[in-house]
Write a protein that binds this ligand. Sequence first.
Ligand SMILES: Cc1cc2nc3c(=O)[nH]c(=O)nc-3n(C[C@H](O)[C@H](O)[C@H](O)COP(=O)(O)O)c2cc1C
Length: 216
Amino acid sequence: MKTLLHIDSSPRKKQSYSRMLSKLFRDKWLKECPAYQLNYRDLNATAPPHVDLPWIDAAFTPKTDRSIQQRQALELSDFFVDEFLAADVYLLGVPMYNFGMPSVLKAYVDNIVRVGRTFLFDPDAAQPYTPLVEDKEMFVVIMTGDSGYRKGERFASMNHLEPHIRTAFGFIGVKEITFIYSGNDEFGGVKLEDSLEQAKEKIDSIFHSKKSLNGA
Ligand SMILES: Cc1cc2nc3c(=O)[nH]c(=O)nc-3n(C[C@H](O)[C@H](O)[C@H](O)COP(=O)(O)O)c2cc1C
């Protein structure tokens, strides 16, 4: 069986629109692609640790030389990396916070973009960085308080979330990333409803145009 790894990062639960839309996407995926099983990760329930000095010392010590304490410092990071590598397709639910990602997702990125695990580094090679994640696809639902953060729109230059996700996950080899935007949470009413409707239409269009989803 293949695995869809669904990761939510909003601290809100029932009121969260990124959770609501990512769940909609996930339910469609599991219905359309019976070859997939779900692995769900709520980053607010199992918070990745912030990178600290023991973590750095451990991550940059060769695996075979690590002390028990260093192995313990990387335990959760190893758990998240193993889980990430075991999945075939990724789905992220992400609220925009101050034009970027929420800190739990940043901590997650810091824990899984790891030398020797998701990329290789050889300072003497012509191409020093080798991504280790291959043939995987990612979908990202972004929810914002305002709107207009997509390419060509009025706040596009303030959107540091999409470029960061593209760069960080692209660096370890996830190149095929599709973004689904919704917004206007801060306005509510018809503006919010219209934006949620557009996101749902975008999700529908993804499923219409990709009937052969990743070999499913
Ligand atoms: C700390 C914080 C920072 C935020 N920063 C932004 C922002 O930069 N741009 C924006 O449009 N909305 C911003 N918002 C609004 C959220 O993106 C919006 O409420 C969104 O619906 C949150 O996603 P959720 O419904 O999944 O929790 C911010 C909200 C919080 C709590």
